[in-house]
Design a protein around this ligand. Structure first.
Ligand code: FDP
Length: 345
C-alpha cells in the first residue's frame, strides 16, 4: 500500500524541481539550459516584487524623476529590462540578449561565452500602458540556440524563425503571478505562492479548450480592418450555432494577459494589420513568436493571416507583424476567409 505523505510533497513541484525533472529526460544534458530557465524564474520573482510595489512612489511615474531617497525613479518597464539584463550578465550559457526596450542586440564578449550558448529575447514589460491603472501586465521570453558558431553572437542568431525556439514563455503579474513556459514538451504553468516564495506547478500540460469562448481585439480599429477580418470578428462575436452563441468579447490591452485568459478559457486574440498599421503592431520576436510556440504546444495556432507565425523568417530585430492566435479551428477559418477575400480582390 502506498504510504500517505502528510507533507503533500508526493505530487508537488516547484519551477526548480520541475525543470530538474525535465532535464532528466535528456541524459546528456549538462544542465546549462536548465540554469537559464531557473534564472528567468528568479528574475521574474524580482520583477514581481517591483510590480507589487508599483503603486508606491518607488517605481510609479516617469523616468527622470527623483524619488524620496533622492534616487532617480525608473519606470517599471525600464526597471524590468535592467533586472533581466543583469540576471543573465554573468552566465556563460548566454551568448547575447535582445530586448524590446533596446535598439540593438547585446552580445557578450566571446571569451565570456561557453561552448553551449543561447540567445535570449524578451519583452520585459508587456502591456506597459496599463501599469499606472493596476491592470495585469507581463514579461515574455524566447530562447534560441546560437547558430553563429563559437564565441560571441551575431544579429542573425536573433533572426531565426520561431519554430527554432528551444523554449518560450511568459509571466503574468495578475491577481496572482504565474509563469507559463514550454520547451517543446507541452505547456506548464506555475503559480507563485507568496507564503513560500516559490512558483508551484499549478497547470500541468495546458491545452486550449476546444471552444471559442473569448474574442479579444481592439475594437476601435474595426473600421480600419479589411473586409475579411471584419467578417471574421463578426462571426466570433455574433455567430449563431453552438460554437459562438456563448462567446464574449474581452480585451485587456496587454497581449500576454489576453492570451493567458484565452489559453485557459478558449478563444482568439488578434492584432491584425489595419489601414494605420499595415504591418501590424505587435513584435514578431518578442511577443508573437514566443506566444505562438505556446499556442501550438497547447493545441492552438497563430497566423499572420497568410503564414504560420512560427514559420516567418524575421528580417529585422524589432519587426512588427499581424497576428491572429488561439483556437486552431478559428485561426484556420481566418486564413481561409482571408485567402478567399484576396482571391476576389
Ligand atoms: P502596450 O503598448 O501597452 O505595451 O505590445 C504592445 C501592447 O501593449 C500589447 O501588449 C497589447 O496587446 C497592445 O499593445 C495594445 O495595443 P492597443 O492599445 O493599440 O490596443
Amino acid at each position: 500500500m502506498k504510504e500517505q505523505d502528510p507533507s503533500g510533497f508526493q505530487d508537488f513541484h516547484t519551477l526548480e524541481s520541475y525543470i530538474a525533472k525535465e532535464q532528466h529526460l535528456h541524459p546528456n544534458s549538462r544542465g546549462v539550459f536548465s540554469d537559464l530557465l531557473r534564472r528567468i524564474g528568479l528574475a521574474c520573482k524580482i520583477i514581481e516584487s517591483k510590480v507589487r510595489r508599483a503603486g508606491l512612489r518607488e517605481v510609479l511615474g516617469t523616468e527622470g524623476k527623483v524619488n524620496i531617497q533622492g534616487e532617480e525613479q525608473m519606470k517599471l518597464d525600464v526597471l524590468a529590462n535592467h533586472i533581466l539584463k543583469s540576471a543573465f550578465q554573468w552566465m556563460p550559457a548566454v551568448a547575447g540578449l535582445a530586448s524590446e526596450e533596446d535598439e540593438g542586440v547585446l552580445c557578450r564578449p566571446s571569451h565570456m561565452v561557453g561552448n553551449e550558448a543561447y540567445c535570449i529575447l524578451f519583452d520585459p514589460m508587456d502591456g506597459s500602458s496599463n501599469i499606472d491603472a493596476n491592470v495585469t501586465i507581463g514579461t515574455i521570453f524566447s530562447i534560441h540556440r546560437r547558430i553563429s558558431g563559437v564565441g560571441g553572437c551575431e544579429e542573425a542568431d536573433f533572426l531565426q524563425p520561431g519554430r527554432y525556439q528551444v523554449a518560450a514563455g511568459y509571466v503574468v503579474y495578475g491577481s496572482s503571478t504565474m509563469v507559463v513556459y514550454t520547451t517543446g514538451q507541452g505547456v506548464h504553468g506555475f503559480t507563485l505562492d507568496p507564503e513560500i516564495g516559490e512558483f508551484v506547478l499549478s497547470h500541468r500540460n495546458l491545452k486550449i479548450p476546444d471552444r471559442c469562448k473569448c474574442f479579444s481585439a481592439n475594437d476601435s480599429n474595426y473600421n480600419m480592418w479589411d473586409e475579411a477580418t471584419r467578417k471574421f470578428a463578426d462571426m466570433l462575436r455574433y455567430g449563431k450555432g453552438e460554437r459562438y452563441q456563448n462567446s464574449t468579447s474581452r480585451y485587456i490591452g496587454s497581449m500576454v494577459a489576453d492570451f493567458h485568459r484565452n489559453l485557459l478559457y478558449g478563444g482568439v486574440f488578434m492584432y491584425p494589420a489595419d489601414s494605420n498599421n499595415q504591418k501590424g503592431k505587435l513584435r514578431l520576436q518578442y511577443e508573437c513568436a514566443p506566444l505562438a510556440l505556446i499556442a501550438e504546444q497547447a493545441g492552438g495556432l497563430a497566423t499572420t493571416g497568410f503564414e504560420r507565425i512560427l514559420d516567418v523568417v524575421p528580417t529585422e530585430l524589432h519587426q512588427r507583424i499581424p497576428i491572429v492566435i488561439g483556437n486552431k479551428k478559428e485561426v484556420e477559418i481566418y486564413e481561409q476567409m482571408l485567402a478567399k477575400y484576396e482571391e476576389q480582390n
